[in-house]
Design a protein around this ligand. Sequence first.
Ligand code: SLL
Length: 147
Amino acid sequence: IKRVKNVELSVPIAYGTISFWLGKKADDLHSHKWTVYIRSATNEDLGPIISKVVFQLHPSFNNPTRVVESAPFELSESGWGEFEISMTVFFQKDAAEKTLELFHHLKLYHEDDNAPQSTKKPVVVESYDELVFQEPTEAFYSRVKNL
Ligand code: SLL
């Protein structure tokens, strides 16, 4: 495979969770609705770069291994508890890159225990990172450099 020498391609990403409390009427096992996501930090489409993301949920969920094969790379669920989510990122084939593993702690509750829960104020936790392609393959680079 031909690689482009002395070139580094860097794609800023944001990943994390947003969670809404469903209110007093919700049942105990599904008190919150949440979404875990990986997105471009600059609002680009990650579809040309990422082929799929495997989200690994807590084993208390049905089918805890969730595969998302197209953008947007996100997953929504409902539940009651916080846990660590692992996300395995698979790149498009022509990138010839290994998978990348990201971890994110799902947060449902606000920091301040005394703050009343609200169905209108979501709990958002987001991290920023970069997908870095050192000496990208020619095929991948020519496809994504102008995105
Ligand atoms: C805790 N260690 O004890 C954590 C585990 C697991 C949360 C939290 C399942 C919901 C469903 C769910 O929310 N599990 O089964 O639909 O806090």
